[in-house]
Design a protein around this ligand. Sequence first.
Ligand code: C2E
Ligand code: CA
Ligand code: CA
Length: 677
Amino acid sequence: MSGASTLVQRFTSLFIIRRDQPELVIAQARALSWQVPLMYVVVLGNAYALAASHLGVAPLWLNMGLPTVLTVVCAFRSVGWLRIGGEDVDPDQAARMLSSTLKTSGVLAALFAGWSLSLYPYGDAYQRGHVAFYMAITVIACIFCLMHLRGAAILVTVIVLGSMVAFFAATGEPVFRAMAANIVVVSAVMIVILLTQYREFADLVRSRVSLLQKAEEARRLSDENDRLANLDSLTGLPNRRRYFAELDARVDAARQSGGGFVVGVIDLDDFKPINDAFGHATGDRLLTEVGRRLTAFDGPPLLAARLGGDEFGLIIDAVLEPDALRKLGRDLCATLNATYDLRGVRAQVGASIGFCPFPSGGETSEQLFERADYALYHAKQSIKGTAVVFDERHEAAIRDMAVVEHSLRHADLESEMSVHFQPLVDIVGQRTVALEALARWTSPDIGPISPDVFIRAAERSGQIVEITRLLVAKALREMRAWPMDVRVSINLSARDIASMENVQRLLDIVRESCVAPHRIDFEITETAIVCDFDQARDALAAFHALGVRTALDDFGTGHSSLSHLRLLPLDKLKIDASFVSDIEHNPASEDIVRTVLQLGRNLRMECVVEGVETEAQRDRVAALGATVMQGYHFARPMPADAVPGYLTGEAVSSARRRRARAADAAEWGGDFCREAG
Ligand code: C2E
Ligand code: CA
Ligand code: CA
C-alpha cells in the first residue's frame, strides 16, 4: 500500500514545478527558451510535409486548416519563450511559463496526433506509412526538446503514442502494429534516459547553487574578518592598522587633488593611575567613552582611531591654519577633560595632543605621524593637557637631533665623554651622603650637548649601552678619591637592563673597579620597568645579589604602579623635580610629595627629593619629612676633580670620616682592593 502510494507520489512529482527551488526553475526556463521554439519548428515543419504528401487526397480544410491554426498558436508561444531567454528571468515568471507549457503541451499533442491520424483514411499505403513515420519521428524530437520539463515530455509521449497504438491496433494492419511496437520500445528507452538526464541536470543546478551559497558565505566571513581585523574591539573605533591604511589613502588623494588634512595623535594624561586605582573594567569604560566623545565631536570632519593603550589617532579632513588648529586642540582637550561617569566612579583625565598638517608638516604618512608624535612628546614635556602643532622649530630640533646622532656615531667616546657629580645631601646630618654621576659630552664638531639630547640620541641608536659602560667605569674610578662613606648614584637606561648579558657586563665593571658594591646605587626610570617588567625584576635582583642598590628615578612622572614598587627590589625613590618646582603654589604637588614620602617610609625605602633650588623649597620639603635632597640649592653638578675639594670643604669632621672608614673596612676587609680616601 505504502509502496503504491510512494510510486504515485513519485509519478505525480514528475509534473510538479519546483517553485521552492527558484534556481532550478530558472535553469529549466533558460534551456526551454530555445528548445521549445525549436520543437515547434520541427513539429510544424513535419506537419506541413505530411500535409503536402496528402494534398489533393484529403480535404483541404483538414489538410491545411489545422496546421495553419496551430502555427499561429505555436508562433505566439514561441515569442513568449524567446523573450524569457533574452532577459533576466525572475523565478515566478519562469514558473508560470513552465506551468503553461506543461498544460498546452498535452492539448497540442492531442491536436497534432488527432490531425495526423485523421489523414490516415484518405491515403494509400505510402501515405499511411508517412502518417506513422510523422508521429514516430516527431514524438522523438519532442522528447529531446522537452528534456528539461519531464512532465511535458511524458505527457506528449503518452498522448501521441497512446493514440497511435490504439489507432493502429484497431486497424488490424500487422505492419502498422509492429511499427507502433517499435516506436513504443524506442520511446520508453528514451524516457528512461530523459529521466536520468534530468536528475543529473537538477543535481548539477543544486550543486552549483550550493557552491554559490558557500562562496557567498566565504565572502561574508572574509568581509567580517576584514572588518574585525580593522576594528579596535574595545572602543569599536578603527584600529592602528586601519588608521595607517586610511592615512596612506589620504596622502595619495591629497597629493592628486592638491588638498590638505591634519594628522593628530592623542595621549591621555593620568590614565594609568585610574586603571590602577579602579581596575581595568573602569579603565576600559573610560577608553570607550573617550572613543565615543571623539566620534561625536562637533567640529571639522575627523576620523578617530585607537592606536593602542591610551593613545588615539586622528585624521582631520580640513585645511586649518596653526591658530585654528590650536583652537581645535583646546576644544578636543576640553571635551576629553570633562568628568567621566563610569558606573559609579567619577574620573577625570587630561589629554595631550600633537598635530602635524599635510603638506606643510610632512609629505609621507610615516613622516606626518612621526612628527605629530614628536609634537605630542613636546606637549607632554612642556604643558600636559594641551595641543602642540608641529612647526619649523620642531623641524630644526629634529635636524639638530640628526646632527647629534651623526656626531655621536663618529665620536671618540672615551676622550669626549666625562662625568660630572652632583651631591645628595642629608639635611639632618648636614653632609653629602652620595653624588649622582651625570654624563657630559663635548663634541669637537658641535660643542657641548645637553645630556637630555645626547642620551636620547644614544638610546635611539643603541649606543647608550656602550656609553653607560664607559661612564660607570669612569665614575667608579673617580670614587677612589672620595671618603668611604660617600656613595655614588649612576643612571641606567632601559636598554642597559634589557638583557642579562648587559646586566652581567655592568656587574663585571663593578667587580673590576675595586669599589665596594654597597657604595653604588643604580638609578632606573619607570619607563625601563614598564618596558619589560620581568626582565627589570631579574636585572634588579642580579644587582642586589652583588650588593648594588637600586633607585627609582623621576618617580611620579612615568607609568609605574604601586604593585611595581612592591614587587621590585628597590631601595630608593627619587621624587621628580617637577613636584618641587611648584610646591609653594600648587597644593597638589605638596600632597604628592607628602604622600610619596609616607609611602617610602611604609615600604622602607629611602626617599630623595630632586630639584630643590631655593631655601623656601628646602624648608617646605623638609617640613613634609624629607631628609635627603638634591638640587642647585645645595650644589650644581661639578667636574670630577672638584669633588674631593667640595667634600673637604663641607663642614664634616674628619674624625667622623675616619670612624666611618674604619667601620667600612671591618665590614668589607680584604674582599676588595684598598680604596684611596
Ligand atoms: P636626572 O637623572 O633626573 O638628573 C638630574 C638632572 O637634573 C640633571 O640634569 C641635573 O643637572 C639636573 N638638576 C639637578 N638639580 C637641579 C635643580 O635644582 N634644578 C634643575 N632645574 N635641574 C637640576 P642633567 O645633568 O642635564 O641630566 C639630564 C638627564 O639626562 C638626567 O636626568 C638623566 O635622565 C639623563 N642623564 C644624565 N646622565 C646620564 C647617564 O650617565 N646615563 C643615563 N642613562 N642618563 C643620564
Ligand atoms: Ca637620575
Ligand atoms: Ca631624576
